[in-house]
Design a protein around this ligand. Structure first.
Ligand SMILES: Cc1ncc(COP(=O)(O)O)c(C=O)c1O
Ligand SMILES: C[C@@H](O)[C@H](N)C(=O)O
Length: 313
């Protein structure tokens, strides 16, 4: 299975320049060795804009004109809708029932069509639409272009902090962690790239321990408040993580929500629970992490106001 290379990531960086915000590394006032990478500041509120922009840019014009389709818990859907609108092509997003209302509303506001389905049917419905309409399926993580696009975060981290020692990343489908690990391990081999999963959706940890895909059914993974991390790895992302990820830490629901509140209160960053997972590992599992200069990626900020209010209460 061909893995994404650092050259693929650099090509993605060329495609997304000018569209994607090159986010800064923010020092944290409470921890002199911790920086935050605020991908919640992207125009669609998450890092997903990177992979989606690169994937759409790489479609030939005739193919692109037939439109794009995906399945998404919401952030990739927003990102693809944004890229499709910029390209002037139609976009359909299949979203699992129960996705945060803020994400569904924002996908529609970007001009995409939303199809709500039971979580277990999200991929099959997207594939059915692609087959029926000729639209191109742009998956949220199981795609080399998506992995390369997400990996541009790693280029920026090493450029801004060349002596980084640890990079912390949430793991859902594994596209983000596959891409960032590709870039960071190529440019700063001594740095540790650590994935972080909700304890209630720790399929990646089990898959890496078993050396094969261990599937958790949706009844299990949908228990976590981190709605962006309820998905399984694919064979492609597992192959990348087995080759390049240095470890996985799990965090509890309480730790995720505490980190979400900490980001608002002490970093003045609005984050959704999935976006606070990396910080939760640093705050609550520091003893399980390597020491040194650490970057936690705040991956998204698309949170329902009611959720945010409850976190801050
Ligand atoms: C906010 C947020 N963080 C992290 C992730 C995990 O990314 P991946 O599915 O590539 O592992 C997602 C999933 O899209 C997400 O929406
Ligand atoms: C894996 C997928 O659901 C992703 N979290 C998304 O935002 O689309």
């Amino acid at each position: 299975m061909e893995l994404v290379s650092i050259e693929d990531v650099r090509a993605a960086a060329d495609d997304i320049a000018g569209t994607v915000v090159r986010t800064p590394l923010l020092p944290t006032p409470w921890d002199g060795e911790l920086w935050l990478k605020p991908e919640s500041l992207q125009p669609v509120g998450s890092f997903k804009l990177r992979g989606a922009t690169h994937a759409v840019a790489r479609l030939d014009p005739a193919t692109r004109a037939r439109g794009v389709v995906t399945h998404s818990s919401g952030n990739h859907g927003q990102a693809l809708a944004y890229a499709a609108r910029a390209a002037g092509v139609p976009c359909t997003v299949v979203v699992p029932e129960g996705a945060p209302r803020v994400k569904v509303d924002r996908i529609r506001a970007l001009g995409a069509e939303v199809r709500l389905v039971p979580p277990a049917r999200r991929l099959a419905e997207a594939e059915r639409i692609a087959a029926g309409t000729g639209a191109t399926l742009v998956p949220p993580f199981d795609d080399r272009r998506i992995i390369a696009g997400q990996g541009t975060i790693g280029l920026e981290i090493v450029a801004d902090l060349p002596d980084v020692d640890v990079v912390l990343l949430p793991v859902g489908g594994g596209g983000l962690s596959s891409g960032v690990a590709t870039a960071v391990k190529a440019l700063r081999p001594s740095a540790a790239v650590i994935g972080v999963e909700p304890l209630l959706a720790a399929d990646a940890r089990e898959s890496l321990a078993a050396g094969e895909l261990v599937v958790w059914d949706v009844e299990r993974t949908y228990r976590t408040v981190a709605d962006g991390l309820r998905t399984q790895l694919s064979a492609l992302t597992l192959a990348h993580l087995r080759d390049r990820l240095d470890g996985i830490v799990t965090v509890t629901e309480e730790e995720i929500l505490a980190a979400t509140g900490r980001l608002v209160r002490d970093a003045r960053l609005v984050a959704e629970p999935s976006g606070a997972v990396a910080l939760a590992a640093r705050l609550s599992h520091r003893d399980e992490l390597p020491a040194g200069r650490t970057v936690a990626v705040v991956t998204g900020g698309n949170v329902d106001p009611a959720r945010l209010a409850s976190v801050l209460a």
